[in-house]
Design a protein around this ligand. Sequence first.
Ligand SMILES: [Zn+2]
Length: 227
Amino acid sequence: MGIHDTAPVPQDLTPQGALKRLKEGNFRFVNNLKLNRDLLEQVNDTKNDQWPFAAILSCMDSRTSAELIFDQGLGDIFSIRIAGNVITPGTLGSLEYATAVAGSRLILVLGHTGCGAVKGACDDVRFGNLTSLLQKIRPSVEAENTVMQGRDSNNPEFVAAVARLNVHNSVNQILKHSEVIRELIAQQKVAIVPAMYDVATGYVSFFDESLFPDTPSPVKEGVLLEK
Ligand SMILES: [Zn+2]
């Protein structure tokens, strides 16, 4: 097992280094090379403290467990999960704790193909308390402009396109509503990266072309990190 697994986040670990760990972890996952961790030993190693190097905001979908698809052990990552990986005061506060208080170097916002919440938003489903959650995805449904026909949940291409926009929208919402995280990004202490998980293959696509864009500032302009 990697010796870094239960050690404190090194002071010199950069956001790029944290991203590399996640990429390597997903590589191990899709190649069936997962590390042979002793989870009980990790319970003991982390009994007094935790040093997660990244925070992952992902969907509650039973196929997208962050620890599994990035081959991480106990104490390695904060895993924040909510249907449709949307931003709420709760998920935003959790991300602020993960980065500003606990020292995680990276925020990964992870959407996925075949997302039930995105499908619900595509069909404008109204049901109990789900209604207000799905409304957070509706702007991405309305913004999608590449699929001309079959703009509903029966079209996997449309659903995946909306899911990608929804990931970028969540990134945007974090930048727009969290002064704490904006400041950490400006200091290059934390990076925020959108990504998509393919439930058919296990692969994660990272959209990390510009970790610290500066002109024009995505913070001040509130624009997407990349399109
Ligand atoms: Zn989902």
